[in-house]
Each structure stands twice: as structure tokens, then as C-alpha cells.
Write a protein that binds this ligand. Structure first.
Ligand code: ADP
Ligand code: ZN
Length: 222
């Protein structure tokens, strides 16, 4: 099973990917996480990536393609994987098509106000990348990751200036992929306007049923 997760920054796709990776027992590949690892390094490439991410722009395609090609050849990907954050434009999508057979594309959606609220409250673990939210899924102890004890922080690019740019880039570059995958008959919508955690179990069981071919649509939970 090769799943692509599409959707605007802040929609909740990363949070759902972190749950589904356990349920489906396939790895979660987040290009944002891979890039943040790379950006921590004090190398020319690390510094370049860091600068682009802070501006909310897209990292060049040749860098992304190399990163993805390398990651999906790891042993843990042999039964499939979840791609979260890739592809982000048509060049990347066309390239990916030559590498693997995508089985499903989940397009995560939420209203604009919900997205802005999620982005401004998001906090991430420095060590394991687990996602929390100041107004949503809070950690048990403030500032500390439940899973690994790591320190929680607000991503530099979750500050308002970068957020606006990321949402613009999403609309311009990534949104066209929705038509692309709809035309291929691969896309299903997943709407998450309600509190992510409250509806998590019901939504996850619908997503599972969809992936198993038992239902052909994922209903919004209201
Ligand atoms: P979000 O989806 O919340 O914006 P991500 O963690 O997926 O966050 O991405 C953070 C940043 O990493 C993006 O703003 C962009 O600069 C870079 N990035 C991630 N994936 C890609 C990609 N496939 N192509 C180019 N840049 C990417
Ligand atoms: Zn952690």
C-alpha cells in the first residue's frame, strides 16, 4: 500500500499519518521531518534548506527527489509507506509516478479558520517529531513529549509571516495535484473540521475501511 497525504499545512495530515503508521504498520515518511533533520546539519546543503524553509518556500525539486529516492529504497518500505508532504508540485508528482505505483491519495481538508488555529497552536517534539497542539492534543506535562521526553517547541516556520507564505505556496503549487490525482481516480477526501483528537477513532476506522475497499467514501464527522 503506497499512500500519499495531500492537504494544506496545518490541516492535520501529519497527526493522522503518525497514527496511521502504527495502525497500518507501514513507515511514515514526512519530507518536512527529513528536511528538518538535514537542516540541523552545519553543511552548505543544511544551511540552504534551513533558509528556504524559514521563508516558507519549496526546497528545489532535485534535492527532494534525491531525498525521496534514497528513503523509499530502505528495507522498511518494502510493504508500502505513507508519504506526507511529497509530492508538492507537478514535477515531483510526475517523477514519483516513475518510481512507484501509488495506491491511494488522501486529500485532507479543513476550513481556513481551523487551519490557522491549528498552525498557531502547533508544537513539535525536537527529538521524535511528535505533533501536539496548545489548543488540541496537549502533552501530559507542559513542554515535554509524552512519547520520548523530548523538548517541545514551536517551529520557526509556524510563526505568522512564514505561515502566510506557506499557505500561498500550497494554493499555487500543491493544489493542482488534487485535480491530477482525481483524474487518475486515486483521490479521496478526508474532512477534519472537528477537534482532531475527538474524532480520531471514528475517522481512523473509516479510513481503514476505505483502504480495505469496504466503503468508497470517507464521511465528514460533524
Ligand atoms: P507543512 O505541511 O505543515 O507546511 P512540512 O513539515 O510538510 O510542513 O514542510 C515544511 C517545509 O519543508 C515546507 O514549507 C517546505 O519548505 C519544505 N518541504 C517539505 N516537503 C517538501 C517538498 N516535497 N518539496 C519542497 N519543499 C518541501
Ligand atoms: Zn518526542
Amino acid at each position: 500500500m503506497i499512500l500519499l497525504f495531500l492537504g494544506s499545512p496545518g490541516v492535520g495530515k501529519g497527526t493522522y499519518a503518525q497514527v496511521l503508521t502504527e495502525v497500518l504498520e507501514i513507515p511514515h515518511i514526512s519530507t518536512g521531518d527529513l528536511l528538518r533533520e538535514e537542516a540541523k546539519r552545519d553543511t552548505p546543503l543544511g544551511r540552504e534548506i534551513n533558509e528556504i524553509m524559514m521563508k516558507g518556500e519549496l526546497v528545489p525539486d532535485h534535492v527532494m527527489l534525491k531525498l525521496i529516492e534514497e528513503r523509499i529504497t530502505h528495507d522498511d518500505c518494502k510493504n508500502g509507506f505513507i508519504l506526507d508532504g511529497f509530492p508538492r508540485n507537478l514535477v515531483q508528482a510526475n517523477h514519483l509516478q516513475n518510481l512507484v505505483d501509488i495506491t491511494h491519495v488522501l486529500n485532507f481538508k479543513a476550513d481556513d479558520e481551523v487551519i490557522i488555529q491549528r498552525l498557531s497552536g502547533r508544537i513539535t517534539c525536537k527529538k521524535c517529531n511528535m505533533i501536539y497542539n496548545k489548543v488540541g492534543k496537549k502533552p501530559e506535562i507542559e513542554g515535554v513529549c509524552d512519547k520520548c521526553g523530548g523538548e517541545l517547541f514551536q517551529r520557526e516556520d509556524d510563526k505568522p509571516e512564514s505561515v502566510k507564505k506557506r499557505l500561498d505556496v500550497y494554493r499555487e503549487k500543491t493544489q493542482p495535484l488534487i485535480d491530477h490525482y482525481t483524474n487518475k481516480g486515486l483521490l479521496v477526501e478526508v474532512v477534519i473540521n472537528k477537534h482532531i483528537i475527538e474524532i480520531k477513532e471514528r475517522l481512523i476506522s473509516q479510513i481503514k475501511a476505505y483502504l480495505e475497499g469496504k466503503i468508497n467514501k470517507i464521511e465528514e464527522i460533524k
